[in-house]
Design a protein around this ligand. Structure first.
Ligand SMILES: [Zn+2]
Length: 166
């Protein structure tokens, strides 16, 4: 059975890398170079800004008042779904405050969203959004720019920053 020599199954003992604790320089550096994390930050700051911009407005799709809704039901709702429309994922014309019923249960309630969006920003800008079908790969530098831009706008306007990402 000599051919089995050297075939010892090596235990998969990948060294356990402990993530540095939050708010340490090391952790911040790690996060700053983590594209997924920066993308989450960009999204969190941008969505918080959309909610602040549209505060007091009714749902972008159904038009119902949202003032009685708890925070988690007041959502940043994309007109063209963000997943398949990467080029306009962070475009302020493409994202408006909407209720969770429209955003989640009616998948954006797109036909009603369109009617109200045309009233809000005009047909020309809506049609421009609809023409932006190209796939866009966001670089980490671009994501940092988006994050920083909306973070600055939130701070400037005294809006509390999203937890976990500030
Ligand atoms: Zn709605």
């Amino acid at each position: 059975m000599s051919y089995l020599k050297g075939l010892e199954i090596k235990k998969r003992t990948a060294p356990y890398r402990e993530k540095p604790k939050r708010n340490t320089k090391e952790r911040r550096e790690l996060n700053e170079n983590d594209k997924k994390f920066v993308a989450k930050q960009a999204k969190a700051f941008f969505h918080r800004w959309v909610k602040w911009r549209d505060r007091g407005l009714p749902c972008c799709a159904c038009g119902e008042s949202m003032s009685h809704l708890p925070e988690h039901m007041r959502q940043a709702s994309h007109y063209r779904p963000s997943k398949n429309n990467s080029a306009i994922r962070y475009h302020p014309d493409n994202v408006h405050l909407g209720c969770s019923y429209c955003n989640e249960h009616l998948a954006g309630n797109e036909s009603n969203y369109r009617i109200r969006l045309v009233q809000k920003i005009g047909l020309e800008r809506v049609e421009w959004l609809e023409s932006q079908r190209q796939v866009k790969k966001w670089s980490i530098e671009e994501l940092r720019e988006i994050r920083d831009k909306y973070k600055a706008l939130l701070i400037e306007n005294g809006v509390p920053l999203p937890r976990n990402y500030n």
